[in-house]
Each structure stands twice: as C-alpha cells, then as structure tokens.
Design a protein around this ligand. Sequence first.
Ligand SMILES: Nc1ncnc2c1ncn2[C@@H]1O[C@H](COP(=O)(O)OP(=O)(O)OP(=O)(O)O)[C@@H](O)[C@H]1O
Ligand SMILES: [Mg+2]
Length: 479
Amino acid sequence: MRIWTTSELPKPLAGYGAAAALPGAALLVWRISPVMHQNPFVLFVAAVIISARFFGFGPGVFSSVLSAVLIDYGVFHPHFAWSLSNKNFQELLIFLLVSVLASGLARQKSRAESRADQALQHVVAIVESSADAILSKNINGIITSWNPGAERLYGYRAQEIIGKHISILSPPEQQGEIPNLLEKLRRGGSVQPYMTERVRKDGTRVNVYLSISPIRNRRGEVVGASTIAQDLTSQQKAEEMLRKNEKLATAGRLAAAIAHEINNPLEAIGNLLYLARRDKSKSDEYLETAENEVQRVVNIAQQTLGLVRDAAAMAPLDVSNVLEEVVNLYTRKLNAKKIRLEKKFEPGVEIRGFSGELRQVFSNLIANAIEAMPEQGRLLLRVERSHEWTNSCRPGVHVTVADSGQGIAPQDVAHLFEPFFTSKKESGTGLGLWLTHNIVQKHGGTIRLRSSTSPGKSGTVFRLFLPKTTETPETAGSH
Ligand SMILES: Nc1ncnc2c1ncn2[C@@H]1O[C@H](COP(=O)(O)OP(=O)(O)OP(=O)(O)O)[C@@H](O)[C@H]1O
Ligand SMILES: [Mg+2]
C-alpha cells in the first residue's frame, strides 16, 4: 500500500478546485436522487468532510461556505433563487457551524494520520537501510518481516522466507531454543542480548549477536518478537588476527631475553668441556656441572615453547611455577636495571587454565612493570590462595604484580585495556593489556589495578583474580 506524506499531498490550488467541485457534485446527486431530497444537508456535510480530510482546513471552510450558498440557491424553495427566510437562514447558520467543526476535526485526524505515516516511513527507511539483519516473527515463530540486511546475512530473500518458521535459521543442535524463547517473551520475560550461531541458506554457519524484543498489540499482549542480528564473524576474525599478532610480538620480545639466558649456560658448557678435556682427574665433576647447564638450556627452551604453543584444553597448573618460569626469563633485564625482585609465592596453588596464555599474561605485566621503572626500582610478585572479593566468593588465586615505576595518569586508566592504547610511541603496540584482559576473562577471572603518580611514592599494582575452575559462562537461556 502506498503511504502518502504531507509533502506529497496535492498542491493548494488543486485542493481548492476539488473543494469547489465537491459541493457541486453534492447538489447534482441531491437533484437526481429522490431518496436524498429529505436530507440535503447529509450530502453537503459529506462534501465538506472530504474536502477538509484530503485537502486541508482552508478548502474545508471554503467548501462549507460554497455548500451554504448552493443550498440557499439550489435546495431551498424557491429553487434557483435566493431564499432569505428566517428559518432557512437559521438552518444555514447551523449547517455552517457543523461543517466548520467537522472540517476542523477531519483535518486534525488526517494530520495525526500523516504524522503517524511519516514516523512509520522513517522507521521503514531505517530498517531498510540498516546493515544489521532486522526481522520479526509472530508468537508461533513464523517470520513476518525480513529486511535487506537479513537477506545479506542469511542469504534468504524476503519472498522465500516470510511465512516460514524461524527455526530454519537455527543449527540442528539448537532447535529447542526458539520455542523456549517465545514462551519466555509470552510470559512477559525479557531476553538479554546474546551471542549465538545461525545457519545461512547455503548451510554455512555465522556467529551473530542477537537483540530480541517483544512486539505488543494495543492491549499490551505479546504478539511476536523482533530480532536485530549483528554479524560477528568479521569482527571476530579481526580480533583473532590481533591476538595472533600480539602473541608473536610477545614471543619476539622474549626471544631476545631468551638468547641472553641461553648464552650464559652455553658459554659455561664450552668452558667446562675444555676443562674436562685438560684435567682428566676432575672430568666427571666438570661433565656433571656441564649437564646441569644443559638442563638449564632445555628448561628455557621448554618455557619458550610453552609460550608459543598452547594446549587445546584447560589443564591443572601451578600458578607460582608458571610465574616463576616467566620471571626467570626477565632476569637479565631486571639485573641490567638493578631492579630488586621480591617474590612471595605460596606453593602448590593450583587452578585450571591454559598455561601458555597465562605465561603471556604474566609476561605482559612484568614487561610493563620493568619498562615503567627507572634504575633500582622494586618489583613485587605475589601468589596467594584466596577467594574472590565479590559476592560470588569463588575460590581461586590472587596474583599481584606491583612496581615502583612512574605510575599511570588517572585519565589513562579508563583506556588501559583498549586495543592500541599505548604511551610508548616507538616501542609499544598497546595490545599487551588488551590481550591480558581477554585471557583473564577467558579464565573467568578479573583484573584490578591501583596506581599513583605522586613523586616519591609512585607505582602501579595489578591484581588478578583467577578462579580455581572456570564455570562455563551461562549462555543467555535458550534462543
Ligand atoms: N606497570 C605500569 N606502569 C605504568 N604504566 C603502565 C603499566 N602498565 C601499563 N602501563 C601503561 O599502559 C599502556 C598500555 O599497556 P600495554 O601493555 O597494553 O601496551 P604497551 O606496553 O604500550 O605495548 P605492548 O603492546 O608492547 O605491551 C602502556 O603504554 C603504559 O602507558
Ligand atoms: Mg605492554
């Protein structure tokens, strides 16, 4: 159906022309239809209402005056002569009053309607041009509308999918979610936006972020639901690329530190082998020490592999061990800056996690701390078994990385975990803390930080909570 807006309504002149023609037509009908002879006013009032409704208040009033003239001249006795009797005059006056009133009301109604039409057209334009998929379904799950964004995302054209059941978009393993969701909405519940998987027409899967809201009728009853679906695939791919890049960058930074670490034992091995060859009596002793040095190199190599390769599933790990291994890789850097390292590790604190990823977290925090400190700073690392401080009180571990560096300006704190936020123009990518936050979240943990830039007592404390086990985050009900 075509929706007229006020701007598209016929021009005023045409409106007045029509307002003039309508009373003429009323007079004609009155003359040729004997049935209407008793009630000439009905025809004229109808003409006035039509004029006002479609052409505006001015043409409505014009039509009323013209009708009054035509009634006096053509309808009242004697026909086709002016009638000036008192009774007729009173009737005309009442007719005029009624028609002007009706004009006003008719105009008001058509204005309200055209405003509603305009608002509707705006909404239609927004929905049509939206990059997101917007669709609606009735309470039985039958699709009732489908915008071009939905065509692009799911591959179905509106004609082929309207009238079908919404479950056509759900993967086979999630078929139960839609009836449950509709039932929840029908009972007046709300649905939090959530991430899920959908199936395109060609059978490929797509990750989407869905916002679902109920559609109510005038009585407030839920008659369906509208869904806005955002395609997350490209966003997730970009984030995955960033994560991989940052992983490589961390590995690269560590490679330099590792080369230093390996250099030392290798030199020692060289010397010990030389001594063993020269002094046969002590060769066993020298070779044993050389073996220890080889073991050191092996350990370093394994830690490095742990950083770049990660297990496919979470496994039990000792947090103090992992932190110890990571900080060992920074020994040279700490020594070079004469940083005093203080370790308070509670032994045997186990959690389930990805050890490679947690190595990355600790490595990022320690690298940031070292970079923030001048010579002779102080780095404190603490691992303690404890409970989360929030209501949930989950058991787990608190890991503290505290430094006596320059601190973080209060206005920067809010941006620290955003990707690419860095104050190290030359050397930083600004991905370290963003990734750290990602990994901690993946482990179901939290990060808190305190920092001060006051001269003399500046420093930063990062405190992580990692739960003993990660409960699978509750999916947003059934959708
Ligand atoms: N311990 C700290 N002391 C002072 N500032 C810090 C500390 N940790 C982080 N920051 C600030 O937060 C910013 C972001 O840190 P993040 O680790 O995300 O990136 P980056 O260290 O700049 O670069 P990279 O990606 O190489 O780690 C840093 O540039 C720094 O300004
Ligand atoms: Mg960093």
